[in-house]
Design a protein around this ligand. Structure first.
Ligand SMILES: Nc1nc2c(c(=O)[nH]1)N[C@H]1C(S)=C(S)[C@@H](COP(=O)(O)OP(=O)(O)OC[C@H]3O[C@@H](n4cnc5c(=O)[nH]c(N)nc54)[C@H](O)[C@@H]3O)O[C@H]1N2
Ligand SMILES: Nc1nc2c(c(=O)[nH]1)N[C@H]1C(S)=C(S)[C@@H](COP(=O)(O)OP(=O)(O)OC[C@H]3O[C@@H](n4cnc5c(=O)[nH]c(N)nc54)[C@H](O)[C@@H]3O)O[C@H]1N2
Ligand SMILES: [Mo]
Length: 870
């Protein structure tokens, strides 16, 4: 009372981070007395007349759908203040206590030893000296940069990869290639049937929602939870859209192993399918259409090649097995009568398919097959006809392509690209696919095809084989990571733990705001601040609602001794300058000749086009500029309608310009690939995978785990948010008071296993185990168990065969990639077993792990890892 009121500032609180122009979930932040008081939805000022916006409007079936005047960020954004003030924040630079750059380095104790405080000056000096030493002894390609991933949306301060610019200026480095992880199957598969990556977004997908509203009968939510996953990306517009479909009577049919949060609220029908068995279901649908003659043969004549080969396979000509609904039932768990009903409904209605990105069938072994098969089915029903599209609920305009939006598009998506100081390249001469990092470190050389990054042209997959290390070059001796969540986000995490302490790795440098996951394997840790502690710029396209550019004021002072990612790299650059030569003037060069943060913000602002409407000073004062909707948005062609109407005039980007049910290119380039052949198929096992319920391994590990994108986190982000951890489906508090990561088990299975809600259980296979807190529920089908991915690692035993208390199930995901010529991640839909454990017995056996400094409200505390009194 009586205190001067603080300020209200605008911030983008989405978690995509990786792409230029990708910043969403704008919020208003109320600051008072140097602290964040609250975070609330961003609202346009009344000052902007409604005419300014030229708001879009969809009118269909007597109803109207319009944007609101409030941006619709999700709950993770509103809870984020608790992440900023987490008891897990890294307060100052740290050095691993038994790592001595002048003496014994003890790589084998990484992940076990604790940390001592050092000064920024000392930390930056050590990093600079190590870089110089590695350059001299092994050459620059021995430095591996893990500088990509999601997280806070920062432009000038560049969430990930600020070190790439600096290291590029002093030679080179080895880049961890960013997988098209979100849509591996689409990338490695669908691209070969319709040319596009990802999800049909190649400048062809406008006004899809308008079309479905006017012409659609049903949407298949084929592994899609738009009440959950847009939280990380674009907020709640997708939720509004589901309500809109209900309002106008567009049926919502869910196909997934679980009753996800959208299904629970909006579904007209749920078809449970076992994880990563969709290919069987899809083939049986094709079988029904073929045998009943209910597909569009004329369309296929003019729009496709190789359909006969596909039909031959489906009907059993090739392997003697007709892909009947009865055949599929045993593979995918969907009763044959349901498959027939689905096929018949689909053939007689205008049906679209919706995804966020696809769920585990798109990130599992052989994911290219269900992805190709989906397009094959869409083609059989005349893809591009009115009301028959494939669309994506999230990232509607995220990648700067106005035309990807299934909503009415706003103006060109404002791009702040010139402000961006993060990761510079997706392709470098020396690189390693992210999925192959552990082996590349411990057992080089590794080989693969393509440069592996979302958005590269289809042909890139045929480049190779590429090799790490490059000929005559050294292996990895230093890792510089600003995305330290490999263990809990990628495939074969237990192997990564072993790689991180491999004797060949002399120095691990990590910069991060929070003490978690791979940080515990670092030799030096630099404390990074959150975006509240810095000044920046951002944009939001609000999942198709509005496009805005905003100025992000600094809200609070940096906590502890933290700096931004950009500033941390600058500190190292300044120290390197003392070596002269190629390091001369490095810091200023890194900042494009000594530009300031303000200079970059201004350049970003000018690039968005807002500068035509207001001066930079006005922008800083007002904090944002909203862009009106495109004038003639309704005239933009719908989805793939142009290809539908005129396939010759509007060809696809496949070699033939048509849908390729038989890929001649795959046949030519990989003639020996039995798994990703020219025609999409059901694959039983191979290329290092044996993950089917009727495989031999399933006798020991009979359950398929579905490891979804976490509802209450964004991957590794936000596991320490106290407000979220109170929610029943966020953590299950065990008899020992610890917040275990929930694992859903069907009552039928729970009965057999003797599990009840509240028990602590171990999910395991031959790669190791992770614990979880049991929830017995019919929201998961029998034969599958569900545990979200990305929980914070809390090791009991590390490495292959290890055990994790946190529930980071990526630790036990396979390390083999999608298939031998498709190097995608396999992180969900794999076999496990589950059994009850006695946590008190485990606590006796592993007292150290069970006695870490811990607060049930937020998780393990940073103090757990600091040498006492240091
Ligand atoms: N089991 C399973 N695994 C999966 C998936 C799945 O479905 N199931 N999905 C996969 C998919 S699609 C993806 S995209 C990947 C995601 O994998 P990643 O993108 O690697 O994971 P994130 O946790 O989003 O972000 C990376 C790290 O950045 C940190 N970070 C956030 N903000 C900042 C910052 O400002 N500065 C710094 N230095 N660090 C910051 C976070 O704390 C986190 O440690 O996971 C994949 N893994
Ligand atoms: N809250 C939150 N939002 C996020 C993220 C996050 O981590 N948290 N991550 C962001 C990122 S990087 C991405 S790529 C997107 C991911 O978006 P998606 O790929 O859509 O997310 P998933 O959770 O993997 O899968 C969605 C749903 O698919 C179903 N499903 C799972 N496996 C299968 C299967 O084998 N077959 C079928 N038919 N259905 C299946 C489940 O019901 C699940 O809820 O989300 C983004 N948004
Ligand atoms: Mo993703």
């Amino acid at each position: 009372m009586g205190e001067a009121r603080g300020k209200t500032i605008v911030k983008g609180l989405g978690f995509c981070a990786s792409a230029i122009g990708a910043n969403v979930c704008s919020v208003d932040v109320d600051e008072e007395q140097g602290k964040i008081l609250r975070i609330r939805p961003f609202r346009f000022d009344d000052e902007y007349e409604r005419d300014h916006f030229n708001a879009w409007k969809i009118e269909a079936r007597g109803h109207t759908f319009e944007p609101g005047y409030k941006m619709v960020a999700g709950p993770l954004s509103f809870g984020y203040k608790k992440r900023v003030y987490s008891k897990n924040r890294i307060p100052y630079p740290l050095k691993r206590v038994d790592w001595d750059p002048q003496g014994e380095r003890h790589p084998e104790t990484r992940g076990k030893s604790k940390y001592v405080r050092i000064s920024w000056d000392e930390a930056a000096q050590i990093c600079a000296d190590e870089i110089k030493r590695i350059h001299d002894e092994y050459g620059p390609l021995s430095i591996l940069v893990q500088g990509d991933g999601h997280g806070e949306t920062k432009f000038v301060h560049g969430t990930h990869g600020c070190q790439t610019r600096m290291l590029g200026l002093v030679g080179d480095y080895t880049l961890q290639a960013r997988q098209p992880d979100s849509w591996e199957g689409w990338y490695w598969g669908a691209k070969h049937i319709w040319g596009m990556d990802p999800l049909g977004q190649q400048n062809l997908q406008n006004n899809v929602i308008k079309d479905i509203s006017e012409n659609g009968d049903a949407v298949l939510f084929w592994g899609a939870d738009p009440e959950t996953t847009p939280w990380g990306w674009g907020g709640m517009m997708a939720s509004r859209l589901c309500y809109w479909f209900s309002e106008i009577g567009v049926k919502q049919i869910h196909i997934s192993p679980d009753v996800n949060y959208t299904n629970a609220v909006h579904a007209d029908k749920w078809i449970p399918v076992l994880p990563n068995t969709d290919a069987a279901l899809q083939l049986a649908v094709a079988y029904v259409w073929l045998s009943e003659g209910t597909y569009d043969a004329d369309y296929l004549d003019t729009h496709a090649i190789g359909f006969d080969n596909f039909a031959y396979y489906v009907m059993g000509g090739e392997d003697g097995i007709p892909k009947t609904p009865k055949w599929a039932e045993k593979k995918c768990g969907v009763p044959s009568y349901t498959i027939k009903a689905l096929a018949r409904y689909w053939a007689s209605h205008a049906v679209s398919i919706a995804h966020c990105n696809g769920g585990s069938f798109i990130r599992s072994c052989f994911a290219h097959e269900p992805a190709r098969l989906e397009v094959a089915l869409l083609g059989m029903q005349g893809l591009g006809k009115p009301g028959a599209n494939q669309f994506k609920f999230i990232e509607w305009s995220l990648f700067g392509m106005q035309s990807v939006t299934p909503m009415p598009p706003s103006v060109e998506i404002p791009s702040c690209a010139p402000a961006f100081r993060g990761r510079q390249y997706s392709v470098r001469p020396s690189l390693i696919p992210k999925t192959m990092i552990p082996k590349a470190i411990t057992d080089p050389p590794v080989q693969w095809y393509g440069h592996i990054a979302a958005g590269l042209p289809r042909e890139d997959q045929f480049v190779g084989p590429l090799t790490f290390p490059l000929e005559g070059k050294e292996r990895i001796h230093m890792i510089w990571s600003d995305a330290p969540c490999w263990e809990t986000c990628w495939n074969g995490g237990n192997e990564m733990q072993e790689a991180l302490r491999h004797e060949s790795v002399e120095f691990v440098l990590i910069q991060h705001p929070w003490m978690e996951n791979d940080c515990l394997f670092a030799d030096i840790i630099l404390p990074i601040n959150t975006k509240f502690e810095e000044e920046d710029i951002g944009t939001d396209s609000d999942n198709g609602q509005w496009s805005v550019v905003y100025y992000e004021q600094q809200a609070i002072e940096p906590l502890g001794e933290s700096k931004s990612d950009l500033e941390a790299v600058e500190e190292v650059a300044k120290k390197l300058e003392q070596y002269g030569g190629i390091y001369e003037n490095l810091h200023a060069r890194m900042m494009d000749g000594g530009k300031t943060v303000e200079d970059f913000i201004k350049a970003g602002f000018e690039n968005t086009g807002a500068a035509k409407q207001m001066s930079f000073d006005e922008f800083k004062e007002k904090q944002y500029y909203p862009f009106p909707t495109l004038d003639r948005w309704e005239d933009l062609p719908v989805g793939l309608s142009q290809f539908h109407d005129d396939p010759e005039g509007h060809p696809l980007t496949t070699p033939s310009g048509k849908l390729e049910y038989y890929s001649t290119v795959l046949a030519d380039i990989f003639p020996d690939d039995a798994i990703r052949g020219p025609v999409p198929k059901w694959v039983e096992e191979g290329d290092g995978h044996e993950e089917r319920i009727d495989s031999k391994r399933a006798r020991e590990y009979p359950f398929l785990i579905v490891s979804n994108h976490p509802r209450w986190r964004v991957h590794a982000n936000c596991d320490d948010i106290t407000w979220l951890r109170e929610i029943e489906t966020c953590k299950v508090y065990g008899p020992d008071g610890y917040g275990y990561e929930p694992v859903w088990v069907n009552p039928v299975d729970a009965g057999k296993l003797g599990l009840k809600t509240g028990d602590v259980a171990k999910i395991y296979n031959e790669r190791g185990g992770v614990l979880g807190g049991v929830i017995v529920t019919e929201r998961i089908m029998p034969g599958a168990i569900y545990q979200d991915h990305g929980a914070r690692v809390d090791s009991i035993v590390q490495g292959v065969g290890g055990l994790d208390r946190g529930g980071a199930n990526n630790l036990i995901a396979p390390s083999a990639t999608t298939s031998k010529n498709a190097h995608g991640e396999v992180t969900s839909g794999f076999l496990v077993n589950i059994e009850k454990v006695d946590v008190f017995a485990l606590a006796e056996q592993y007292p150290e792990a069970f006695n870490r400094a811990y607060d049930p409200a937020s998780g393990v505390l940073v103090d757990a890892y600091l040498v006492e009194g240091a």
